[in-house]
Design a protein around this ligand. Structure first.
Ligand SMILES: [Zn+2]
Ligand SMILES: [Zn+2]
Length: 154
């Protein structure tokens, strides 16, 4: 992935923000750029450290406010089991159920979504008159490259 690609993702996100009448502030944009460059899940403190290179006055509440906005808008997801954050590749489709395949060895996270699973979960929720706001399914295991390296000692 090249920086051109990052710029076009940021542009797309900006368009979505305009349509929703919300503002992608400079700080929020910087956080997105950092996450796009990292290409992996990041903790709030990792993000804060990198944000400080551009915004030395940034403090933990700065990053949490930015993350909260980005989660609310569906541009990123919080990975509860590793207390980290990832960019969502399906941000223009905010009500999806995201299925995260988390590699316990290299910490790489792959997001998938599946309409059949979404449909079935929706049916289950309807049966219980439960209104789904957001849902993330976290699945732990090994990615292909870690699964194929035989000398895994843990
Ligand atoms: Zn997603
Ligand atoms: Zn792995």
């Amino acid at each position: 992935m090249h920086s051109n690609n990052h710029a076009s993702i940021i542009n797309d996100i900006e368009l979505v923000c305009k349509k929703r009448n919300v503002k992608l502030t400079n700080q929020r944009r910087l956080v997105l750029e950092i996450m796009l460059q990292a290409k992996k899940a990041m903790s709030a403190y990792d993000l804060l450290d990198l944000l400080k290179q551009d915004e030395p006055q940034a403090k933990p509440p700065t990053i949490y406010r930015a993350l909260e906005f980005l989660i609310e808008q569906g541009f990123i997801h919080k990975v509860e089991s590793s207390n980290s954050y990832i960019i969502c590749p399906h941000f223009s489709h905010p009500n999806h159920i995201s299925i995260l395949f988390i590699c316990d060895n290299c910490k790489q996270i792959l997001e998938k979504n599946n309409h059949e699973i979404e449909h079935q979960l929706q049916q289950l929720a309807n049966q219980s008159h439960f209104m789904i706001k957001h849902s993330i399914i976290e699945i732990h295991g090994l990615c292909p490259s870690c699964a194929s390296s035989t000398n895994l000692t843990s």
